[in-house]
Design a protein. Structure first.
Length: 424
């Protein structure tokens, strides 16, 4: 089941559920206030990256106002006692919050079937730990299952393995009554809406004395993952003895990508491959994916059939883009059989910081987008069979065609053109 999270791009990642959230929630701040707070947070992150860890390389101006507004700098909680809990981790062992007294604990709430915001939360937590260097040994990452329908140990173990986190955190689950008690204690709203799980993407920093120090809500933007990791690492450092130095976060570099009308050059996924240039001059079909997406290898291989048909029928060329911020590693993407064997008949590029995914309105993984004239004409959540995809693309670009797809954006017919350019 996919995590349902309406927000910036419908159906985007949800910030909070319909019920009142017990803890103060930064989402209640206005965009202007959040943007100002985020700008201040960026300044502190850049300063944190100086000294022994080098010189900052990405000024705050490299981020758009929208990206700044989406970043949650965290809400101070004043050290009130964190509610204790005892649940079961991905290895089948009982785990209590109280057993980590003397260490900082980062507690997140994650749907073990989620393909939207939860991978962003996990990526942020792991990067924050990496930024702490040797001080990471004083920190424990804990995820708590927020899926009321998939509560087995096998479920949390499978999610941890798929995202390369099996030995980076403890992903806890329990009976539904146990989980509901923890959700309530931490003000986390969990609902099932139209068959999808909807939950508050809360991340708590708990100090070594067991007090709640700071609350974060994961942003829906892929492009601010590095900033979020830096802010989280700073919050963890603040509760550790000696306040250890935090390394530079992996900040987004280069000019922001505002929309598909912008021209952008993406590196090829395969080492030594030619970069791919996307822009408004050529209609193109893009599949955004990650290695952990269900059936990724088989589905990427199957799309060869669309690519072949597109060449014969002069349909928009296909391009696959690996969304790097939520990949366990670049090696995980390279290990996909069709990529490793070089059997794909279309280019495969990398979105290093997620800003292209944001500009194309990606709301889930995998995500299909048809672009023509610098505008998104149609998008689809999930894989499609090549024949169905060919039919949908043809219908979308036909004059006065009407499509019934959930994420369809209609438009007049667009001329076919050459595929996305492989730059030498």
């Amino acid at each position: 089941m996919r995590g349902s999270v309406p927000g910036k791009h419908q159906p985007r990642k949800r910030i909070s559920g319909g019920a009142a959230v017990v803890s103060p929630v930064p989402a209640s701040l206005s965009n202007a206030r959040r943007g100002a707070s985020a700008a201040a947070a960026i300044g502190s992150l850049l300063l944190a990256g100086c000294g022994a860890h080098g010189t900052p390389t990405a000024p705050a101006s490299a981020y758009t106002s929208g990206e700044l507004a989406s970043l949650d700098p965290g809400t101070p909680l004043g050290g009130r006692p964190a509610p204790n809990f005892t649940l079961t981790d991905q290895f089948g062992k009982a785990v209590s919050l109280s057993q980590f007294k003397g260490r900082a604990v980062v507690v997140s709430f994650d749907d073990d079937e989620c393909t939207t915001i939860c991978p962003l939360t996990g990526a942020t937590m792991v990067e924050a730990l990496d930024l702490l260097g040797p001080a990471a040994s004083q920190v424990q990452l804990v995820g708590i299952n927020a899926n009321p329908q998939h509560t087995s140990v096998a479920d949390v173990a499978a999610y941890s393995q798929a995202h390369g986190m099996e030995n980076r955190w403890l992903f806890l689950t329990g009976s539904l009554p146990q989980l509901r008690q923890v959700w309530k204690a931490y003000g986390v709203d969990v609902q099932i809406l139209q068959g999808n799980i909807d939950h508050t993407p809360a991340v708590y920093v708990i100090d070594p004395q067991g007090g709640e120090s700071r609350l974060f809500l994961t942003s829906s933007d892929y492009g601010v993952t590095g900033l979020e990791a830096g802010a989280l690492a700073q919050a963890i450092s603040a509760v550790l003895p000696g306040h250890p130095q935090v390394a530079k976060p992996n900040l987004a570099l280069g000019a922001p990508v505002a929309s598909p009308a912008d021209t952008v050059r993406l590196p090829a996924l395969a080492p030594g491959g030619s970069p791919v240039v996307l822009g408004p001059s050529s209609p193109h079909l893009v599949v955004f994916f990650d290695s952990w997406a269900s059936g990724a290898a088989e589905q990427l291989q199957a799309l060869n059939a669309y690519s072949q048909a597109a060449g014969a029928r002069h349909l928009p060329a296909l391009l696959a883009v690996d969304v790097q911020p939520t990949e366990p590693s670049l090696a995980a993407a390279l290990a996909l059989a069709p990529v490793a064997q070089g059997t794909l008949r279309y280019p495969v590029a990398v979105d290093p910081n997620g800003r292209v995914a944001d500009a194309y309105g990606v709301a889930d993984i995998p995500w299909l987008v048809l672009v023509s004239g610098g505008r998104v004409r149609w998008s689809h959540d999930g894989w499609l069979a090549p024949a169905a995809l060919e039919q949908q693309v043809t219908a979308t670009l036909a004059p006065r065609a009407k499509s019934t797809g959930t994420h369809v954006t209609g438009g007049a017919a667009a001329p076919t053109a050459a595929p996305p350019t492989a730059a030498g």
